[in-house]
Write a protein that binds this ligand. Sequence first.
Ligand code: AKG
Ligand code: FE2
Length: 797
Amino acid sequence: MFGHSHRGGGGGGGHRRRRDEDYPVHETDVPATQIGEQTGPLHDVDALLAADQQRQLASFSFGGVADQLPPSPELIVQGYGRVALPLVDPAEAARLAATCQQAPFGRGTETLVDTAVRRTWQLDPAAFAVHGAEWNDGIAAFGPLIAEKMGFAGTPLSLEPYKLLLYEPGGHFACHRDTEKEDGMFATLVIQLPSVHSGGQLIVYRNGVPIFHDFGAARGTAASQCHYAVHYADAEHEVTPVTQGYRLALVYSVCWPASQGEPTVPPTSADADGTAALAAALGKLADEERRFYHLLDHDYTAKSIKQLGERALKGVDRERVASLCAASRLLSQDRRYAFYIAEATRKTLHAFDGPESGWSEYWEPVIRFERYQRLDGTRIPGDASLGHLFTNRDVLNPDSKSMLQLWAGHRRQESGWLGNDGPSQDTIYSKYVLIAWPERLAGVFEVLAQHDTRALKALVATQPTDAQLIELLDAIKASIALSEEDEEKIEALHMRLRHETLNALVARPFNAALFERYMDLFPTADSHLYSPCGSVDLVRLARHKEAWSAVRPRMLAAFSKQPTVAEQALSDCLVQNPPPDFLRMLYEARVAADEAQSEDDQAKLAAVKALVEQQVASLRAERDRMYPPPSSDTYWRFDKADYGSDHRVFTFLHGPERTLTLPMPQGSSQAHRFLSHCNRALSGLPPRSSKRAKSARPRLPAFSFTATATGEGESTTVTLTKTDEYPQRREVERLGARQAMDKQIAKLVTLLGEERGPATASGSASGSASGSASGSAVDISDASPLGAELPSQATGD
Ligand SMILES: O=C(O)CCC(=O)C(=O)O
Ligand SMILES: [Fe+2]
């Protein structure tokens, strides 16, 4: 898993496993005060998550025996009379149900009856009453009790009777939230009258975690006493099916007082579990674009995490992840967090420094993350460790644990050998980690996890904003700088990235900051030149007007530092006809490089001049070698002539003679065949006998001549006479190719011309006819314009 090489060479020898107690090394711990934030928004998140879970639960939903209520309340129902509690007789239950309505439920603005969702009988408060002062006092006592339990003691809450509910076997209410029935209603109080039944539990969910209310079933008090439960109205809850017996419950709306005192807005469940405060702290972190991680408390199997994602989490991990998610959801879209679960390892390496010094840390502990998945369990491709993007400060540490406490759990130790450096010991801790990353930058996270050009392309395909792209480039830079991958791999990635990055940048509207990032990523001259499309990309960049002016100074600096790369770039780029300013930059870089090394200005300049002159001279030599000027001796030598079918003709075409006379002893028919053969060759068609004859297209031959037959019978001859057509065509081609090279040469000469000329030298190419010392070495008079000086007449005839 850890492929990097060891310091000091030698490499790690074969590790062998030992028992734990064999290990002599004990790491010095990092105290809790140095992990995570001691103050600031991440610390606020710590504190809020750390707040007593039980207290939070208790204020979210609570209940129990209602001691203050009479054990046998006097419940009177219109059209039925007094209900004997508990209600057990099916005939009585049926008679009571006959006075009720099937309870509906709300969906959107509609009110529906669907016994699959809700099955219970209900009565409005007008149709029933509970008599007795003890009952009324008992109900009145719920106001202060609820206020206190929910955390706002002293607030005069009011209770409004809402419904009487009767559940028969099969009665239930699927998961729902209560709609506000009265002004200020924010919670619901359920009072279960003495009942004998099975099932019919009320389950309230807090961030998906259930809080059960069994109304005395487990304690065996359900039949003899009233029980109650309170929950925030906006909390999800359900009533599980009653499987036996009957359940009678009274539902009250718990209401916030109308606008005296403050706050005037009724609280919600978010207040109960600190979600609102958590959201505020998270929002601050998001504003700072902070990322952080949290080491999960419990141990998990790779399989469960892989299959279930967040649903595999247990206990406090589940709670905390749910709280963070709920808090994040309260924020506006652009301030939310994306959460990922990953495998985390922390590796330390200690070396034995000898009996006196003992063991010491060989390198800083390395934290790696890998196998990222979203909370829903879907995997993010790529395994690049992003551990180095987080510092100790970016640790969510609600339990204020020290480093070793945080990583306590799974640990593996291995002894090894560090070449000359002696014995070593690796310690690898592994844990699961929750990673929090600003959601609007989630694309960046996923790109980094992949850590290759595919990832960059993927982000570019999503049409990211400039800010996102900048973030990505910065992150790539950080990730490359700190990467533990071996250098070669990084180098290769770097190289491929450079080309892709440029592609991405030039395809979008210009943004100077983006090109700054580009230069940050690839600051050296050789990172520009020695990479796929290196010189091509350099020239491309130079042709992009705005980009070029943004990067030019830094390019200049980079190439000045690497004069030999500047020289190489000079020759590599010339073939691509680069913009003059680009050549100028390379030239300046070369001058600057020399300036940095030499004291004598003249000498410096001369050295650079010599370099360019050398380049010019070698280009000219190359040009003359490839395209020598014609001479009388070579004019009639068609040395590219291809006339394979007759060696006499071939030799003639390649030789200096202008005419050839061939005997045709078989007379005119032979001469005729010969001539038609010649004509075919002259038209550029291959000989008829050739297999290519039919398909081949005519190609202008590298020769030209006329052929005429004279004489009769046995004395018939054919005379071939070379014509000017081919040698002139050859000359046009030669001059064209020569001119292309001359253009390159002229560009270099321009540099010298400007360098030699006055400080105000114009950018135009002048051969510097003014005649300076080096003038003769670089004059470009040789570059004759195409066609202007074509020989109109064959020479050397
Ligand atoms: O029966 C209960 O305990 C609660 C019923 C309920 O959730 C409701 O009426 O909204
Ligand atoms: Fe409800």
